[in-house]
Design a protein around this ligand. Structure first.
Ligand SMILES: Nc1ncnc2c1ncn2[C@@H]1O[C@H](COP(=O)(O)OP(=O)(O)O)[C@@H](O)[C@H]1O
Ligand SMILES: N[C@@H](CCC(=O)OP(=O)(O)O)C(=O)O
Length: 372
């Protein structure tokens, strides 16, 4: 099995921000053990900013970006050093890989990351991955390691993503607000409704809370990767999950996952603009699997070129699909709402009948609203 394990700051650090060495050592021991028995493990670890805070004895996460960047630079070194020390004790070689959003959105870089990781896994090395927080700001930032871990799980075609956090799994309501909460043991069909029950981070040290874990589940569901959210403090949690024990919340993958190229379009490519489409067009692409024609587009937003990735939104501004577009934003502005046979009359040329061909279109919303 190829398993991506993600460990959050709330699990890795104490409330005072210092690293919880006991937990780190236990997790390393389990990962080394799983690697010894032949599983391929990629570790995605948070905690750089947390460890930086601990080192400087800061009680609160600073608000400014340069301060957070600096803390990540201080903490990442410490984090790597400690992981390496523990993995060395169990005879495992580690490799540090720090990534930004551009390593996923640029197709060449994406493939390069994938080649490097495959090779490290082939050599039996444990890649230890985090976002490169010191350089990743605003547009080039993924922003949370749940999403980063899911993108990686999809990139390395993992069988399983285990997200270790400070709570037993996904509850049907935010447990900090409600008392009568129940744990959800299995999610068989992913639905955007799950976002409604997901609250934000549990501690001042965490980022994104359950919301980003649901985002991760959406990527995994589409990519054919099983995902489990479990409490990192449970004894022997990784070995037990790998042995098939049911712990935490399991998100099963889609039965017919989308191709890796479409996963890249849907979740990795940079979105350069938005196309607003009417209800008829939404139904045609979602229910009938059709390409998107100019007649269904009533508004365009953003500055994009041929081949760029755009978000397709319905009349209620809900994003329902993403795709690689056949015309530039200037051209779409002119041909929106027109019949295919008029494209040439309007532009003086015609590249394609479709604005987005269905082979380059990924449906993200399969709501009942559109009959699917
Ligand atoms: N529906 C929910 N079920 C479980 N936990 C939730 C839910 N909504 C919000 N949370 C919060 O999400 C927190 C976990 O996310 P976070 O603090 O970001 O941890 P990590 O650092 O592990 O990513 C939990 O401690 C919990 O307080
Ligand atoms: N990359 C950041 C962590 C970002 C993050 O998603 O944190 P968490 O919610 O604790 O998994 C760091 O190393 O501090």
């Amino acid at each position: 099995m190829r398993i991506v394990v993600k460990v959050g700051t709330s699990t890795l650090t104490y409330e005072n921000g210092k690293l919880n060495l006991e937990i780190m050592e236990k997790l390393v021991r389990q990962i080394a053990n799983l690697s010894n028995r032949g599983e391929e493990i990629v570790l995605v670890t948070s905690g750089a900013i947390g460890a930086g805070m601990g080192k400087l004895n800061l009680k609160e996460k600073p608000k400014t970006i340069p301060e957070k960047q600096s803390l990540a630079a201080i903490g990442q070194g410490l984090l790597t050093e400690i992981y390496e020390k523990f993995f060395n004790e169990y005879g495992k070689i580690t490799a540090q890989v720090l990534l930004t959003k551009e390593d996923f959105s640029d197709r060449k870089r994406y493939l390069n990351v994938s080649y490097a990781l495959s090779n490290l896994l082939k050599w039996g090395v444990v890649p230890i991955i985090n976002e490169n927080d010191t350089v990743a700001v605003d547009e080039i930032k993924i922003g949370d390691n749940d999403t980063l871990a899911a993108l990686l799980a999809s990139l390395v075609e993992a069988d399983l993503l285990i997200i270790l956090t400070d709570i037993d799994g996904l509850y049907d309501k935010d447990p900090r607000i409600y008392k009568d909460v129940k744990i959800i043991e299995v999610v068989e069909e992913f639905s955007d409704e799950l976002f409604k029950i997901a609250g934000n981070a549990g501690t001042k040290r965490g980022t994104g809370g359950m919301y980003t874990k649901i985002q991760a589940a959406k990527i995994c569901w589409n990519s054919g990767v099983k995902m489990i959210i479990a409490n990192g403090k449970i004894d022997n949690v990784l070995n037990r999950i790998a042995n098939g024990e049911k712990i935490g919340t399991t998100f099963l993958p889609m039965k017919k996952p989308i191709s890796s190229r479409k996963v890249w379009i849907a979740f990795n490519a940079k979105v350069s603009g938005r196309l607003f489409i009417d209800e008829g067009a939404a139904k045609a692409i979602i229910k009938h699997g059709k390409s998107l024609l100019p007649s269904g587009v009533f508004k365009t937003e953003g500055d994009y070129d041929v081949g760029d990735c755009v978000a397709v939104v319905d009349h209620q501004e809900k994003e329902i699909a993403r795709g690689l577009i056949n015309y530039s934003s200037e051209e779409v502005e002119k041909i929106k709402g027109c019949k295919t046979h008029n494209i040439e009359k309007i532009l003086g040329y015609k590249y394609y009948d479709e604005v987005i061909h269905r082979d380059n279109l990924v449906i993200l919303e399969r709501g009942e609203k559109y009959g699917s």
